[in-house]
Design a protein around this ligand. Sequence first.
Ligand SMILES: [Zn+2]
Length: 62
Amino acid sequence: MAKPSAELLEILVCPVPECRAALVPHDQELVCAACGLRYPCEGAWPTLVPEEARPAENQEAR
Ligand SMILES: [Zn+2]
């Protein structure tokens, strides 16, 4: 299964303007190391859109 390359991960950062932290691959998502938003990753290209991201696991309200 395709996944982001190490080179791509090195240049990717959280798209939230006030965050811009590194992203850590986790399962099929990229997790922001700072704010914890989880970006879906379909194939080799992650969807780095805050509106598409899921909140951090410990912040899921329900
Ligand atoms: Zn972030």
